[in-house]
Design a protein around this ligand. Structure first.
Ligand SMILES: O=C(O)c1cc(=O)[nH]c(=O)n1[C@@H]1O[C@H](COP(=O)(O)O)[C@@H](O)[C@H]1O
Length: 230
């Protein structure tokens, strides 16, 4: 079985990113390219990772008017990525426009929606103007994403079990906010351990700093993968 771990390549430059990627292969993990690396290195770097055989999750969290997001998803699909994301709070029309545009492509990446960021707690979302708990908002946005035709959502593992109950069994749950028991939380608020997240129903675990900031990133990744088999 391929590992469910997606390593978030949150590095400031190509040299640091490749120092880790050079130690990895597609049997060990998938890779996520986010806003920092994409803004620095652009599409060429994404295509380089795809060319090396990795499943790449392009995490640009698009959130704009439907026409703009659909066009951006079209461009991302042309890079050959395996997965991409938009913000569910961009609304049904935006998500449906993205879905429809990808349906016409020869390469169709998985399209998922970010619900409520894992760095946000209840007081944070209240300040934005959302009523209810993060969990309630995640469930509502996950249902909206599913009925808009998306393949899954990004959520905290804390919400995975409740979404599993309401969603179809193929609906993908991609969970950041994953921390081995001894790791620092950093700026994450809604977290679980890798094994607990899988037990709660996650399909994929997005893990950044517990691997990328480790003294021996490859060993940290191996330890996390091993913890899933215990
Ligand atoms: O879409 C994401 O990947 C994402 C959504 C979310 O709600 N929370 C979240 O942390 N992420 C991403 O997941 C990664 C988590 O990194 P670490 O906190 O270092 O493990 C970062 O690259 C975030 O951009």
């Amino acid at each position: 079985m391929t590992s469910p771990v997606i390593v978030a390549l949150d590095f400031p430059n190509q040299a640091q990113a490749l120092a880790l990627v050079d130690q990895l292969d597609a049997s060990l993990c998938r890779l996520k390219v986010g806003k920092e690396l994409f803004t620095r290195l652009g599409p060429d770097f994404v295509e380089k990772l795809v060319g090396r055989g990795f499943d790449v999750f392009l995490d640009l969290k698009f959130h704009d008017i439907p026409n703009t997001v659909a066009a951006a998803c079209d461009a991302a699909a042309d890079l050959g990525v395996w997965m991409m994301n938009v913000h569910a709070s961009g609304g049904r029309k935006m998500m449906e426009a993205a879905r429809e545009r990808l349906a016409g492509k020869s390469h169709q990446p998985k399209l998922i929606a970010v619900t409520i960021l894992t760095s946000l707690g209840e007081s944070d979302i209240q300040e934005i103007g959302f009523s209810g708990t993060p969990g309630e908002n995640v469930l509502r946005l996950a249902a909206l994403a599913e009925s808009s035709g998306l393949d899954g959502v990004v959520c905290s593992p804390l919400e995975a079990a409740a979404i599993r109950e309401q969603a179809s069994k193929d609906f993908l749950l991609v969970t950041p906010g994953v921390r081995p028991a001894t790791a620092s939380l950093d700026d994450q608020k809604r977290v679980m351990t890798p094994a607990d997240a899988m037990a709660a129903g996650s399909n994929y675990l997005v893990i950044g700093r517990p691997v990328t900031a480790a003294e021996d990133p490859l060993q940290a990744l191996r330890d996390i993968t091993a913890s899933l088999k215990e």
